[in-house]
Design a binder for this molecule. Structure first.
Ligand code: SDX
Length: 428
C-alpha cells in the first residue's frame, strides 16, 4: 500500500499520495489538489516544489552529494572526459569506447557553422557581452535547420539536432572569444578531441602553430564536467518549461542561456572575480567586505557564496578549490585574488551570519580564478558555464519530451483590483 498524507480543510479530510524517489526523497503529489479542494499551493521561487521526476542528476544539499546518472561527481571529475559525461547525461549510460568514438565522429561532421551565421555574428559590437551574443546565435541556428522546427520530431531528428548543437556550440563560443580580441576566428580541426578542438579554436593563431597545453585541456575537462548538470536549477527549469511548449531545442537552449546570465545564477562566476578585484583594489580588507555582506542596508552580497540547495558545502567548489592550487602551480601563476578568496572563505565560515544561514562557497566562487589562469577574460566566464551546462540542458529537455510531460503552466494567487466598472473619460 503506497503512503499517503492527510490534508484537513474545514470538516473535510483529503488523502494525498506520497511518491518516493530511488534515493528515498519523498514528495506529496498535489496534481489533483485543486480538483479535490479548490485550493492551489503557493511557493514563490519554488523552494519546496518539485516540477518533475527526473533520472538524470541527484543532489543532496545537506550531505553535499552530486551524482550524474548515479556516478559520483568526484569520480567523474577525476577520471572521465567532458564528452564522455555529455554522452552519459544525454543517453543515460557511459559509452563504450566504440560508442564514444562514433559520438565524436558524428560531432566532427558538424563543427563548422554556416558561413551566413557569421553575418549575424559580425553584426554584434565587438565588446558586446558574450552571453548576449551566445543567446542570439544559438537561437539563430534554427534559421539554418528548419527541419528542427517540424513537430512532431522523430527521435532520429532530435538526435541529429543534439549532435549539431553540441558540435557548433564550441565553434560559436570560440568565435565570441576571438571577436573580443579583434582576432580572426580559427576553424575546427577534427583531428582533435572535443575539448582540445575547442581550446584550439580559442587559443589557436592563424600565423603560427599553437600547441595546447595538456594541463589546460585537463583543467577544462574538469571544469566542464563539474558544470554539466545540476537538476532543476533556474536555467534548466527554463529550458524545460520552454521545451514543454514543444518549442525546438535551439530556442529552448537559448532561453536557458538567458536565464544563466543572471548574476544570482551562472553570472556569479563573473561577479565573483569582479568582487575579488574590487576587494584587492580596496587594499584586500576582507573583514570590511564581510561586514558589508552582512549589512542589510548594504546591497553588497558575497558573490559565489550561498546556494538554494547546498546547505553544507558544494562538492564542486571543493574540487575546484583544490584544482585552483594545482593548476596555478603547474602554470606557474601567482594570483593574489586566490589568496583573497581563501581569506574570505576562512573568515565567512567562522562568522555566525554565514554559519546560521548555511552560506558556503558554491561552484562559482573559485571557478573564475581557474578560467582566468587559463587565459579567459572575465566576461567569458558565464559563456564557459553555458558550454559546460549544455549537455545537462539537452538531457533534461530530451527527458521531458520522452516522458511526454504537459506544457508547464503554474497557477497564482491574484492580489490586484477586484471588479470595477469602466468610466469613459472621452467618447470614442
Ligand atoms: C548557481 O540552483 C543551482 O543549482 C544553481 C547552480 C547550478 O549549478 O546551476 O548551482 C549555479 O547559480 C550557484 C549560485 C551562484 N550565485 C551566487 O553566488 C550569488 C550570491 N548568492 C546568492 O545571492 C544566494 O545565496 C542564492 C541566490 C545563491 C540563493 O538564494 P536563496 O536560496 O533564495 O536564499 P536567500 O537569497 O533567500 O538568502 C537567505 C539568507 C538571506 O538573509 P536573511 O533574509 O535570512 O537575513 O541568506 C542571505 C540572504 O540575505 N544570503 C546572503 C548571500 N546569499 C544569501 N548574504 C550575503 N551574501 C550572500 N551571497
Amino acid at each position: 500500500m503506497s503512503e499517503t498524507i492527510q490534508l484537513k480543510i474545514g470538516d473535510k479530510t483529503y488523502d494525498l499520495p506520497v511518491i518516493q524517489g530511488t534515493e528515498d526523497e519523498k514528495a506529496i503529489d498535489i496534481s489533483k489538489l485543486r480538483d479535490l479542494t479548490g485550493y492551489v499551493t503557493l511557493d514563490i521561487g519554488y523552494k519546496n516544489t518539485g516540477a518533475t521526476k527526473s533520472a538524470i542528476t541527484f543532489l543532496d544539499g545537506e550531505a553535499g552529494i552530486l551524482k550524474y546518472r548515479g556516478y559520483p561527481i568526484e569520480q567523474l571529475a577525476q577520471k572521465s572526459t567532458f564528452l564522455e559525461v555529455a554522452y552519459l547525461l544525454i543517453y543515460g549510460e557511459l559509452p563504450t569506447a566504440g560508442q564514444l568514438k562514433e559520438f565524436q565522429t558524428k560531432i566532427n561532421k558538424h563543427t563548422l557553422v554556416h558561413e551566413d551565421l557569421k553575418k549575424f555574428f559580425d553584426g554584434y559590437p565587438s565588446h558586446s557581452h558574450p552571453m548576449g551574443q551566445l543567446t542570439g546565435l544559438i537561437s539563430s541556428l534554427s534559421a539554418f535547420y528548419p527541419e528542427s522546427l517540424a513537430t512532431p520530431q522523430t527521435p532520429e531528428a532530435i538526435d541529429e539536432t543534439i549532435i549539431k548543437l553540441l558540435a557548433k556550440m564550441t565553434t560559436i563560443v570560440s568565435w565570441i572569444y576571438k571577436k573580443s580580441l579583434g582576432h580572426p576566428v580559427i576553424y575546427p580541426q577534427n583531428k582533435f578531441d572535443y575539448v582540445t578542438n575547442y581550446l584550439y579554436m580559442t587559443f589557436g593563431q592563424r600565423t603560427e602553430e599553437v600547441t595546447i597545453d595538456p594541463v589546460v585541456v585537463d583543467a577544462m575537462n574538469v571544469l566542464l564536467i563539474l558544470h554539466a548538470d545540476h537538476e532543476q536549477n533556474c536555467s534548466t527549469s527554463t529550458v524545460r518549461i520552454v521545451g514543454s511548449s514543444d518549442s525546438n531545442l535551439y530556442s529552448s537552449i537559448s532561453a536557458g542561456i538567458s536565464a544563466l546570465w543572471g548574476p544570482l545564477h551562472g553570472g556569479a562566476n563573473q561577479a565573483v572575480i569582479e568582487m575579488l578585484e574590487k576587494i584587492k583594489a580596496d587594499g584586500g580588507d576582507t573583514d570590511k567586505w564581510i561586514a558589508k555582506a552582512k549589512d542589510k542596508n548594504d546591497p553588497f552580497r558575497l558573490m559565489g557564496f550561498g546556494h538554494r540547495v547546498y546547505k553544507n558545502f558544494d562538492p564542486r567548489a571543493k574540487i575546484i578549490k583544490k584544482a585552483c592550487d594545482d593548476i596555478l602551480e603547474k602554470l606557474g601563476i601567482d594570483d593574489e585574488v586566490l589568496d583573497i578568496a581563501k581569506r574570505l572563505e576562512e573568515v565567512a565560515l567562522k562568522d555566525p551570519y554565514f554559519v546560521e544561514r548555511k552560506l558556503y562557497p558554491n561552484v562559482d566562487f573559485y571557478s573564475g580564478i581557474i578560467y582566468r589562469a587559463l587565459g579567459f577574460p572575465t566576461e567569458m566566464f558565464t559563456v564557459l558555464f553555458a558550454l559546460g551546462r549544455l549537455p545537462g540542458w539537452i538531457a533534461q529537455w530530451k527527458e521531458l519530451r520522452e516522458n511526454k510531460e504537459p506544457i508547464g503552466r503554474p497557477r497564482q494567487i491574484y492580489t490586484g483590483a477586484t471588479t470595477r466598472d469602466y468610466v469613459e473619460i472621452s467618447k470614442r
